[in-house]
Design a protein around this ligand. Structure first.
Ligand code: DAT
Length: 174
């Protein structure tokens, strides 16, 4: 039996923009597999040292990529991470950069317990559209899309759009 081909989707953007919420819902609706890079690193202890300044472990990017390679080759994976240039370009068929207005984002990150410099720098990251720039440099322009993620209505629209795109992709590739 031949397996159905499925696309790999990257959900990226500043922490707090809604990648996890969207990614999990999308996985439920499509049957694709959701992979949260933060969780994957934690489970596999895929770290390379500790960042004293930010009080967090440093991701071992090579080991993360090695860990995922086989799964990505099979297809049908939704990857969630607040960065995008560590992954091989060939992995993804489409890249979505979620975007949130900075006042909204500030509130979300504050209620997540972020304070001081961590809070400020993450909001700045969104204002400077750092992740969008990173995505545009790492992937072909035509596969990188920005999605507004301010309201539940935005979330529904994004879900609908990605579901439609996924169905179409599967039709075209099988
Ligand atoms: P991320 O995975 O990008 O860090 P998340 O999915 O954990 O973000 O969401 C952060 C918070 O924002 C969480 O409380 C859910 C809320 N949220 C996510 N998307 C939203 C949207 N489109 N509208 C309103 N709130 C949203």
């Amino acid at each position: 039996m031949k397996m159905k081909k499925q696309p790999n989707i990257l959900l990226t953007g500043t922490p707090g923009v809604g990648k996890t919420t969207l990614g999990k819902e999308l996985a439920q609706r499509t049957g694709l597999t959701y992979v949260n890079i933060g969780d994957l690193a934690k489970e596999g202890d895929l770290y390379d040292g500790y960042d004293e300044e930010y009080n967090c472990p440093i991701l071992d990017e090579d080991r993360v990529v090695d860990e995922l390679e086989e799964k990505m080759a099979l297809g049908g994976v939704i990857v969630d991470y607040h960065g995008c240039d560590l992954f091989p370009e060939r992995w993804f068929h489409i890249v979505f950069v979620l975007r949130t207005d900075n006042t909204q984002l500030y509130t979300r990150l504050e209620s997540r317990g972020y304070t001081g410099r961590k809070l400020q720098e993450n909001v700045q990251c969104e204002i400077f559209q750092s992740i969008y720039e990173e995505a545009r440099e790492a992937y072909k322009e035509e596969i990188v899309h920005q999605l507004p993620s301010n309201t539940p209505q935005d979330m529904d629209n994004n879900l609908d759009q990605i579901l439609q795109w996924t169905e179409q992709w599967i039709k075209e590739h099988n």
